[in-house]
Design a protein around this ligand. Structure first.
Ligand code: PMP
Length: 305
C-alpha cells in the first residue's frame, strides 16, 4: 500500500486527508473534469525542495486552459501556489523523496457537460515516491487500445478523465504479464507508456516522439533532452514506427513516477541495455541526490519556510 501523508490541502486550508472529499454531484466526479500534476519533493538533510515547480505550475495552468476551466488561473498565481505547498509540507513530516499530487477539480453541482465559468477547488496531498515500473528491466506490451488523439481528448492536457485510456492500456499489459503498455497513435506511430514518455537509441542518436505525437509534454522528457544535449548526445524528436522500437539499441521510459527506467523487452523482442541510458540515468540520479550544482541551482525551489 502506498503511504499517504495525513494532512491534505483542500478548499484553501489544511485538513485531514479523510475529510478532503468532493460531492458525488460535482463535475469532477461526474465527468472526471479535473486537471492535475505530480511533482517530486526532494529531502536532503534539512533542505526540502521541489523539482521544476515552475514547469509543473505552467502545465497545470495550460491543462485547465485547453479544457476551458477558466476560473483557476485567475484565483491561483504562482506565489499563492508555492505558499499553499509550503503550508502542506509544514503540516506533515517528510523524511524521504515524496510526490505531491495537485489537482484542480470542477466543483459545481450538475452543471451539465461544460467547463466555462464553473467553480474550482485545488487539492494537494503528499505520498510515497514508489516507481510505477521496474527501474532496470521493464517489459512492455503494445496496447490493444490506441492513445486518445489530440482531436478527441488532448494528451497534452493532464485531464483526470482521460486517464481511463491509460488505465485500459496498463491493465491490459498487466493482465498479459507485462509491466506497462506502449501506446500507438491512430496511424500506428509510437506515443508513450501509460504514464511515462519513451526514448530509444539508434546508432548513437537519442530519438523520442515529437510533442505533436499525442503525448503528454513530460517535464522529465524535457529534462532528459537537456541532459543529453549537455552530454553532446544528438537528440531527434520525430515520428517512430513500432518496428524501430523492436530493433532499438537501447530503450528507456521517463516520468515523475517512472524516474528513468530501462526497457528490456517489447512484445517479446529483447532490447539491450546500453551506455547512453546509463549516462543519462547517472546525471538524473545526481540531480535527485542534490549533487548536480547546475541543475540543482536551475530547477530546485526551496520549500522550507
Ligand atoms: N505521459 C503520461 C501519460 C503521464 O501521465 C506522465 C506522468 N505525468 C508522463 C508522460 C511523464 O510526465 P512527467 O515527466 O511530467 O512526469
Amino acid at each position: 500500500m502506498t503511504k499517504i501523508h495525513p494532512q491534505a490541502y483542500f478548499n484553501n486550508k489544511i485538513i485531514p486527508i479523510e475529510s478532503a472529499n468532493l460531492s458525488i454531484a460535482s463535475s469532477a466526479v461526474l465527468y472526471g473534469l479535473s486537471v492535475y500534476t505530480v511533482f517530486p519533493i526532494i529531502v536532503i538533510e534539512n533542505q526540502i525542495s521541489a523539482f521544476r515547480l515552475n514547469d509543473h505550475y505552467t502545465r497545470l495552468i495550460n491543462s485547465a486552459k485547453i479544457i476551458g476551466i477558466d476560473t483557476f488561473e485567475k484565483d491561483w498565481n504562482f506565489e499563492k501556489f508555492i505558499t499553499a505547498i509550503k503550508e502542506l509540507i509544514n503540516a506533515n513530516t517528510l523524511n524521504e523523496l515524496s510526490f505531491i499530487r495537485v489537482t484542480v477539480h470542477v466543483t459545481d453541482l450538475v452543471p451539465g457537460t461544460r467547463s466555462r465559468g464553473l467553480a474550482t477547488t485545488l487539492s494537494m496531498f503528499i505520498y510515497e515516491a514508489n516507481p510505477i515500473i521496474p527501474q532496470n528491466g521493464a517489459r512492455l506490451k503494445t496496447s490493444v487500445w490506441r492513445r486518445v488523439p489530440d482531436s478527441s481528448i488532448p494528451s497534452r492536457a493532464k485531464v483526470n478523465g482521460a486517464y481511463v485510456n491509460s488505465v485500459l492500456g496498463k491493465q491490459d499489459a498487466i493482465d498479459s504479464g507485462y509491466d506497462d503498455c506502449l501506446f500507438l497513435d491512430m496511424e500506428g506511430h509510437v506515443c508513450e507508456l501509460s504514464a511515462a514518455n519513451i526514448f530509444m537509441v539508434r546508432d548513437g542518436v537519442l530519438i523520442t516522439p515529437s510533442q505533436s505525437s499525442d503525448i503528454l509534454e513530460g517535464i522529465n522528457r524535457k529534462t532528459v533532452i537537456e541532459i543529453a544535449k549537455s552530454l553532446h548526445i544528438p537528440v531527434v524528436e520525430r515520428e517512430i514506427d513500432l518496428t524501430e522500437i523492436y530493433i532499438a539499441d537501447e530503450l528507456f521510459a521517463c516520468g515523475t513516477s517512472a524516474f528513468i527506467a530501462s526497457i528490456i523487452e517489447v512484445d517479446k523482442r529483447k532490447i539491450g541495455n546500453g551506455p547512453i541510458t546509463q549516462k543519462i540515468k547517472e546525471v538524473y540520479t545526481e540531480i535527485f541526490e542534490g549533487k548536480n550544482e547546475e541543475y540543482n541551482g536551475r530547477f530546485m525551489t526551496n520549500l522550507k519556510s
